[in-house]
Design a protein around this ligand. Structure first.
Ligand code: ZN
Length: 139
């Protein structure tokens, strides 16, 4: 794969610098059978430094996890070397089975089959609380 261009695929842009690998792991991009490039510390007018991930294939991205990890990310869809779509991820209002409640007395600790659901309670501060016991999520 040419690092500078992909013919058909996805570019995940405006990732906070040094966070590219975390995003790569969270999306399990290592399991894909296509080329994936991580560019770290790229220069950015807007951010100073940023990371970029280029995926040489159209895959279904988990936007919930992207929004939770880094709501400033932008997604570019590339087709025939042209950008045909671009969108921003958003802080998800609810995240399911991504983080686990740390409260040992929470019902999710007792009832193993329950989904771990966290709800956004403060958008400014990016605070999530367990839906069942209101324990804060931990970074
Ligand atoms: Zn809980």
């Amino acid at each position: 794969m040419n690092i500078d261009s992909i013919k058909d695929g996805i570019v995940i842009d405006h990732i906070q610098a040094k966070k590219g690998l975390e995003i790569y792991d969270a999306l399990k991009l290592g399991d894909l059978d296509c080329s994936v490039a991580i560019i770290t510390n790229a220069k950015s007018k807007k951010m100073g430094r940023k990371d970029i991930i280029k995926i040489d294939k159209k895959i279904n991205l988990d936007l919930t996890i992207l929004g939770y990890l880094d709501p400033n990310i932008t997604i570019n869809i590339i087709k025939d070397n042209e950008r045909i779509d671009k969108y921003h991820v958003e802080l998800p209002k609810e995240i399911v089975n991504i983080i686990k409640c740390k409260n040992p007395r929470c019902i999710t600790s007792v009832e193993q089959e329950l989904k771990h659901i966290f709800v956004l309670t403060d958008k400014e501060k990016r605070i999530y609380r367990c839906k069942y016991c209101e324990t804060l999520s931990e970074e």
